[in-house]
Design a protein around this ligand. Structure first.
Ligand code: ZN
Length: 700
């Protein structure tokens, strides 16, 4: 890995979390795949040598449980899903250089080789542990086969993951009050011998690794705390048949076990790179250089799997003498209409559904990458989607593209003969600089904003120079203005290509360019377009209100139908399995209304004020807490709020908020909190005002 800014002299690899080959893809999955794809494309425009790989996660209990319920072989079950995914990704312009799966030979061999090395280097030992067992089913109960209570936070947890509470990885035997998900019986515990990886020995290494890790801040801060609390060794094996065999097959203790799914899943990043390298030749792209010498490894994941990617995975890589990742970018979750995405409730936007509705994939790509910062949760609603598409893509980008090219075509049959003005040249150079900076900050939104702002500038530039008045009065000046506009249009297409590859390509062709815009690189934004082009067409279409009403209705009906008579907490099937990328924060039961009423006088005892957030920073050692300075007119209050994981703290300063001002002061993690910022729901949606209420005004 290099520490230089992108583009570096080393080859880069971009990966996204592996989807479990277990169910239909939805918008929560797509955020990660599209995000990583856009990042990889952006690296390419910078001139970085890079590749984008992933694969389907075929193993583990989520696949085994669902295959069993369907009465089919897990390999066959998982392969079916794998093939569907392979077909779906290109439809969203998600362009993998290689997409493999964890059950293929490359991954099986590499996984066994890595585990063998860890074993030989003394990082693996055997230990007798208590393993959950269902006597009626006559079966051990690894991972998803068992449910119980999280020993850390007391929430309901699955065997290997506290997915509704603190999101910690749980070791076999840790979950309390274990129940079998096969029969619902209380599980018994039986003693079994398992292999363990000495993760605890890597504490110092990981601390240093995290200090140098790029990506999003949540991927550094959470694991620092886990290291501080003391790392546990990691059970590498499971009592089941479906998975990759432990490499030393003759060893009696490993006869009836397979490797834990989280051992072989990330190895697919390497295996998939290797397959790509073998296909194009090592001269073109050398997987061993990437993974064993100086490659820049960038992982894009959902924030629920930070621990696997910043603790277990780098420890495995270090122990087996592979390269460390340069960056881990952990995305927030997707909510739907402000509520948690829920596959069992059908509160989701499915990949196929989106396409069947006839929307262009680039619209969703733009929405998902530019609506929030990478680590922020992003809410999807058809209304917000319409607003964003109509406002930014139709109103700003599309409008500028169409009006400037149409004017150029009608008056000059293409690009007027003139040099780009200094003002416009500088403005485009500025936008290129913003994109470079955004890529190095792992900010997809920054890339989109740089392009959209440039289009906005283009619209203002036309408005200010009124070329329609100049064509007769001052044809030379008209040619100058339109020449500038064609250049800006081309530049916007080039800058936006990582996010809207199809639409950018269309614009590219409209101005008479040949070949692929994806191969052009950022510098093409400043190169003159061809002299002539044909009459342009409009590239974006407005989404009408009645279309949105119709989509909202469909969604509501579907959620209502799925919710009939079903309580989510009773759902013991594994179709809720969160995989490496889906990020569905599935906690959406509404709290019941309180019966007790209060009088107006009691309400008047509550002093609620409009505030403005001045600073926001995470509190060290606290998973969820952030320290805010809030201006409430009379004074600035220091407040502690549980929003660290749910908001991009860097984005908060300047935002208005609502503060409960006469809350008794409290101390949290040694930080005084003098007031309470109001927020709604599990995702801590911050309350604000929508008019011009001033800071300090009372809420009544
Ligand atoms: Zn927990």
């Amino acid at each position: 890995m290099s520490t230089d800014e992108f583009p570096t002299d080393s080859p880069a690899i971009v990966t996204c979390g592996l989807p479990y080959a277990n169910g239909d893809l939805h918008i929560g999955h797509l955020r990660g795949y599209i995000g990583a794809d856009a990042f990889n494309r952006a690296l390419e425009t910078l001139g970085q040598e890079t590749a984008y790989v992933s694969g389907s996660d075929m193993h583990g209990t989520p696949v085994a449980v669902n295959a069993e319920q369907k009465g089919v072989d897990p390999a066959e079950f998982a392969l079916d899903w794998h093939e569907q995914y392979e077909e779906t990704f290109p439809k969203f312009n998600v362009d993998f250089d290689n997409y493999g799966h964890t059950h293929d030979e490359t991954n099986t061999e590499l996984t066994q080789e890595i585990v063998r090395t860890l074993d030989e280097e003394g990082y693996v030992y055997e230990k007798e542990i208590q393993v959950a067992y269902d006597p009626d089913a006559d079966q051990y109960l690894p991972d998803r086969y068992v449910q119980g209570t999280c020993p850390y936070c007391g929430e309901k947890a699955r065997g290997d993951e506290c997915d509704e509470g603190c999101q910690r990885h749980l070791e076999p035997g840790e979950v309390e009050d274990p129940k079998s998900t096969i029969t619902g019986n209380d599980a018994e515990y039986r003693e079994r011998t398992h292999k363990f990886f000495r993760v605890s020995e890597f504490s110092d290494y990981l601390t240093e690794f995290l200090d140098g890790l790029e990506g999003t801040s949540n991927a550094r801060n959470q694991p620092r705390q886990w290291i501080e609390e003391g790392l546990q060794d990691w059970c590498l094996t499971r009592d089941m048949e479906w998975g990759i065999d432990y490499p030393n097959g003759d060893d009696e203790s490993t006869e009836d076990v397979v490797l834990y799914v989280w051992v072989d899943a990330p190895v697919e990043y390497i295996a998939s790179t290797k397959q790509y390298s073998e296909r194009v030749g090592a001269d073109e792209y050398d997987w061993e250089r990437v993974w064993k010498e100086d490659g820049d490894i960038v992982h894009v994941i959902g924030r629920d799997i930070i621990q696997h990617h910043t603790i277990f995975w780098p420890a495995m890589l270090e122990g087996a003498d592979y390269n460390a990742p340069r960056a881990v970018a952990a995305t927030g979750f997707i909510t739907i209409n402000g509520k948690g995405l829920s596959t069992s409730r059908n509160r989701a936007i499915w990949a196929e559904e989106y396409l069947e509705e006839g929307f262009h994939p680039d619209l969703l790509r733009y929405y998902l990458t530019t609506t929030g910062g990478l680590q922020q949760d992003v809410d999807f609603s058809w209304d917000a989607f319409q607003e964003k598409v109509n406002g930014e893509l139709v109103g700003t980008v599309g409008n500028f593209w169409y009006r400037s090219l149409l004017f150029a075509y009608r008056n000059f049959e293409g690009t007027p003969d003139a040099d780009v003005s200094e003002e416009v040249q500088e403005r485009i150079e500025g936008a290129i600089g913003e994109v470079r900076e955004a890529v190095n900050d792992y900010s997809l939104r920054g890339i989109g904003q740089a392009a959209t702002r440039l289009a906005q500038f283009g619209n203002e530039y036309i408005q200010r120079n009124e070329p329609w008045k100049l064509t007769d009065e001052d044809p030379e000046q008209a040619a100058q203005v339109i020449r500038d506009c064609v250049q800006i249009a081309k530049a916007v297409a080039v800058l936006l290509e990582p996010i809207t590859p199809d639409k950018s390509q269309l614009l590219w062709n409209q101005i008479g360019e040949e070949g692929e815009i994806a191969d052009a690189g950022l510098e093409a934004a400043l190169e003159a377009p061809p002299r002539n082009f044909a009459e342009p067409g409009e590239l974006f279409e407005k989404i009408e209100d009645d279309r949105v009403d119709e989509l909202n209705e469909k969604l509501e009906e579907r959620v209502a139908a799925a919710g009939d008579g079903e309580s989510e907490s009773d759902d013991t099937s594994a179709d809720e399995a969160d995989d490496m990328a889906d990020g569905d924060g599935d906690t959406d039961e509404l709290e019941p209304l309180l019966e007790d009423r209060i009088g107006f006088e009691e309400f008047q005892d509550v002093d609620i004020r409009v505030g403005r957030i001045e600073t926001a920073e995470g509190i060290e050692g606290a998973d969820d807490l952030a320290k805010l300075e809030v201006d409430i007119g009379f004074e600035t209050r220091q407040v502690v709020a549980g929003i660290k994981q749910l908001h991009d703290l860097e984005e908060l300063p300047g935002e208005k908020c609502i503060l409960l001002a006469n809350m008794e002061p409290a101390e949290l993690f040694g930080v005084e909190s003098n007031g309470m910022v109001l927020a709604a729901g599990e995702q801590a949606d911050l309350l604000t005002t929508h008019g011009d209420a001033e800071v300090g005004e009372k809420v009544r």
